[in-house]
Ligand binder design. Structure first.
Ligand code: SF4
Ligand code: SF4
Length: 260
């Protein structure tokens, strides 16, 4: 399984829409069971980190230190985090069990849910939130799932795997990356901006500390309702962070993110 977010210079030959059909199934009976959980590149999304750290009952800081490797996303020039593999012969995912499969199945990353589908963005319209997305199948020789007879539409697969909700939560993060990628190379973000991007997107517990234990809230006119919501809900805090980054990076977005 490879990272499925591609850039527009790597558009695959067959683009699928939500109603396109494909045949695939994956279960404990396939010969290749868990083969795709070794030697892989999995980019973690902000929501992946949030749910995986909950599942493992550790902080986002501990999760990052133990299970991830930072990387710089070329072209967008923004930091991302990759799942760190074990140092065994097959470079296994730390959560795979030969017999039982994924030990964190209900909280597995978005990339694992999409597989064997990939998704690409041709554009992101910004303020209207409209995306020009397409899908494609990732056919790897070791994967026997395509020999199975179960038929899906892309929309059915997405719903079954729970990627709709994940994409919805991660939307602001994806928009930041796509918009940054489309800027001319000369428009660089400062190191401080990249550090803030990392903090908001991947280290939610530290971002919470930053918001509530610094002078941050004094610099803006956020309503009591917003403050109460982000205080009790990690997902809302994450999406608030995306909006704040969008306003800082591109000087667009919601009025309340203007500094007093
Ligand atoms: S997180 Fe689970 S599904 Fe994803 S690679 Fe690891 S074991 Fe496989
Ligand atoms: S069928 Fe494909 S997705 Fe399922 S275990 Fe085998 S390689 Fe992985």
């Amino acid at each position: 399984m490879k990272d499925k977010k591609i850039n527009t210079s790597e558009i695959p030959p067959e683009q699928l829409s939500l109603s396109s059909k494909f045949k695939f199934d994956c279960h404990k009976g396939v010969k290749c069971f868990t083969d795709c959980c070794r030697g892989i590149d999995i980019m973690l999304t902000p929501y992946d980190i949030l749910t995986m750290r909950n599942k493992l009952e550790i902080s986002s800081e501990e999760f990052l230190a133990e299970f991830t490797t930072p990387q710089l996303l070329e072209k967008a020039d923004l930091p991302v985090v990759m799942l760190k593999l074990l140092d065994d012969k097959r470079k296994s995912c730390p959560f795979v069990d030969d017999k039982e499969g994924c030990a964190i199945y209900s909280d597995r990353p978005t990339t694992c849910r999409y597989y064997p589908l990939g998704v690409g963005s041709l554009s992101y319209s910004g303020e209207s939130g409209e995306k020009d997305e397409f899908f494609f199948t990732v056919k790897e020789s070791h994967c026997k799932g395509f020999d199975e007879n179960r038929e899906w539409t892309v929309a059915e697969w997405r719903e079954d795997q729970g990627v709709d909700l994940r994409d919805q939560v991660n939307d602001g993060w994806m928009e930041l990356i796509v918009r940054k990628k489309s800027l001319p190379e000369s428009m660089k973000l400062s190191q401080e901006s990249k550090t803030m991007f990392f903090l908001v997107c991947y280290n939610i517990d530290k971002f919470r500390e930053f918001v509530f234990n610094s002078t941050f809230l004094e610099r803006y006119n956020f309503s009591d309702e917003i403050i109460a919501t982000i205080k009790e809900d990690d997902i809302k805090l994450l999406q608030f962070g995306f909006d704040w980054l969008k306003a800082s990076f591109f000087q667009t977005g919601k009025e309340e993110f203007k500094v007093k």
